[in-house]
Design a protein. Structure first.
Length: 180
């Protein structure tokens, strides 16, 4: 039942996104006037349509698979909520929501480091030193790939010393990028 509810909520959210939030940036005049150029909202809308189709198929499969199942009722779902709130899956959701809320303030580096560290603990890693080293290394690799190789502007954070650290790291990545 939980899977069905999540699928329905995703379907509604994606439908809302399709009609309201797909394109927020201004389209240059020469792009808007050219009938042969794909508009910037084409790919996001296409992906949303494909996701909506997949969600409809998944909803139908869930209903068919659980037809007549006594555990597939709303009262059974309500009884399972306390178990879900104690699960690792719920803790993982909490980690990701916290990361989304902290990303702009702390910046990519610190947020990514914390997410990797806490997810490692959630998955059962007990050696905290190894977990910290792995989190730092993975964060640096992700930063180099996205910022250096793909030229994606990652959030730097709004806290002074974290922002300065991100700018310093960007200058190093930029200097190395200019060498090659």
């Amino acid at each position: 039942m939980f899977e069905l509810i999540i699928n329905i909520l995703l379907f509604i959210f994606l439908g809302f996104t399709f009609f309201t939030h797909v394109l927020e940036a201004a389209v240059p005049a020469k792009v808007a006037k050219n009938p042969f150029v794909l508009q910037p909202d084409v790919w996001p809308k296409t992906i949303i349509i494909l996701l909506e189709i997949c969600l409809i198929i998944n909803i139908i499969k869930i209903i068919r698979k659980n037809k007549g199942n006594p555990a597939f009722t709303l009262p059974a779902f309500v009884k399972s909520i306390p178990t879900f709130l104690k699960s690792k899956q719920f803790l993982g959701i909490i980690i990701m929501v916290a990361a989304a809320l902290l990303l702009e303030t702390l910046g990519f580096m610190v947020t990514s480091l914390l997410v990797l560290f806490f997810y490692g603990m959630l998955l059962g890693e007990r050696n905290l030193v190894r977990l910290a080293i792995a989190s730092v290394c993975i964060t640096l690799v992700l930063y180099i790939i996205f910022s250096g190789m793909l030229s994606v502007n990652l959030p730097r954070g709004t806290i002074g010393f974290l922002r300065n650290f991100a700018l310093w790291l960007e200058s190093i990545v930029g200097a190395v990028k200019n060498i090659f």
